[in-house]
Design a protein around this ligand. Structure first.
Ligand code: NZQ
Ligand code: ZN
Length: 388
């Protein structure tokens, strides 16, 4: 196990009845808040009223920045930065899924900055100070509620980039599983797939051979993501199913599982971000396709590791490593099919002829993320494994 620092400062308030705490939790960081939310779900579910009431009761003045879309845009975050500056906002409140929380983080980073917020994403500027962020999570998957990452799309350049900094951890996140009972089946599955893909990135890119604590944690979280997702799809109102999925997805990308693994990469996310940037596919849907292609492409190089995952996850009895690897990938594909996830580029409506264009689009982020192995040629080879 490698040396590590694990310091996650986000306070989590988990469970039923916790929404009403967003007011006092936010008031601790300022008096003027910017409430950031998405397109329609927050108002439809009645959460918008509850959150606003809690903020106002706690004595906060609230400005608003709604209409965050999935695969959120830096142009829209820039508008939020302008609003926050004119309203002299001191604290940002995000109420939604990963897209909303990431937009809130970008606003929090952009308000004190003397340059455009996109420069953080391209690595041209480093982050020195941010406004505090609190969140009410309404969709399990991204992990943004308890991590230091944010992901935005720049429509002008056709880039979807992710940036991480310890200052971007939310101060407090409210996780009431009840709020996710309205998440439709496709987004529920995409969230679970996203959590699984976060775990697989770490599980399969670590070069450390002796990390059994992290391995068992990751295998357990993958198993739970699948099982909890199945429960939620069977009964969308299953509170404990929703609770398990919410906490699993949060733990999957809050720094815990990667602690001690040494340098790990996000090569599957690299490719998916290009799919989302170019075709606006939901992140989890793109991840389903890419992770299958990536596993197939790595069958030889990572066969032992994939087989060992399959033995733990699916109790595979197969002794032959190559067969066990193939069976593991097949079982993952079966599960993805069972939750109606897309399995191929074709399922996403992306033609094979576009592979060079997608591979070329990964160049910029590969440079920023220092993924030297992910050359356009290798990316194209992985994408060809996503065709069938
Ligand atoms: O806009 P509204 O109407 O709210 O609808 C949203 C949106 O259409 C809906 N939704 C959210 N909560 C709901 C709900 N519908 C019904 N009931 C609820 N309670 O769901 C749709 C998708 O929302 P979105 O926030 O886009 O989904 P998710 O949470 O999966 O976030 C995806 C984004 O997170 C980024 C992705 O790239 C993508 O842009 N990621 C962020 C990461 C991070 N910050 O660490 C890491 C991840 O790897 C990921 O890249
Ligand atoms: Zn992800």
């Amino acid at each position: 196990m490698h040396n590590f620092v694990f310091h996650n400062p986000t306070k989590i308030l988990f469970g039923q009845g916790t929404i009403k705490t967003i007011g006092p939790e936010t008031r601790a960081w300022g008096k003027r808040a910017l409430l950031v939310y998405g397109r329609s779900s927050l108002k439809q579910s009645g959460l918008y009223e509850q959150i606003l009431a809690s903020l106002r009761t706690a004595g906060l003045e609230v400005a608003e920045h709604g209409d965050v879309r999935a695969n959120p845009l830096v142009a829209h975050a820039r508008q939020g930065i302008d609003t926050a500056r004119t309203q002299h906002v001191e604290v940002i409140v995000a109420a939604g899924g990963g897209s909303v929380i990431d937009t809130a983080k970008a606003i929090a980073a952009g308000v004190p900055a003397e340059h455009d917020v996109w420069k953080f994403f391209t690595g041209k500027k480093s982050l020195k100070t941010v406004l505090p962020v609190t969140t009410v999570l309404t969709l399990a998957g991204s992990g943004s509620e308890m991590n230091s990452g944010m992901v935005l799309t720049n429509e002008a350049t056709g880039e979807k980039f992710g940036f991480g900094h310890r200052l971007l951890h939310p101060k407090t996140s409210i996780l009431d599983p009840q709020t996710t009972c309205t998440v439709p089946p496709d987004q529920t599955a995409f969230g679970a797939i996203d959590a699984i893909s976060h775990l697989l990135e770490f599980y399969l890119t670590t070069a450390d051979p002796d990390t059994s604590v992290q391995d068992r944690l990751m295998e357990g979280l993958i198993e739970n993501s699948m099982a909890a997702c199945d429960r939620c799809l069977q009964d969308p109102l299953d509170y404990h199913g929703r609770a398990n999925l919410m906490w699993t997805a949060c733990l999957a990308l809050n720094g815990l599982t990667a602690a001690g693994l040494g340098r790990v990469g996000f090569p599957m996310h690299l490719i998916e971000h290009s799919l989302s940037a170019l075709y606006d596919v939901p992140h989890g849907a793109g991840m389903a396709v890419i992770l299958l292609g990536w596993l197939r492409a790595q069958q030889t190089a990572l066969g032992k590791r994939i087989a060992s995952l399959g033995r733990r996850l699916f109790a595979l009895g197969e002794a032959d490593p190559q067969l066990a690897t193939e069976q593991t990938i097949a079982r993952i594909a079966d599960w993805l099919a069972s939750v109606n996830a897309p399995l191929t580029l074709n399922d996403l409506g992306i033609p094979a002829a576009d592979i060079p264009r997608i591979a070329d689009n990964t160049r910029g982020l590969a440079r920023v993320w220092r993924l030297a192995d992910s050359t356009p040629e290798r990316v194209a080879a992985i994408l060809r494994h996503c065709l069938a």
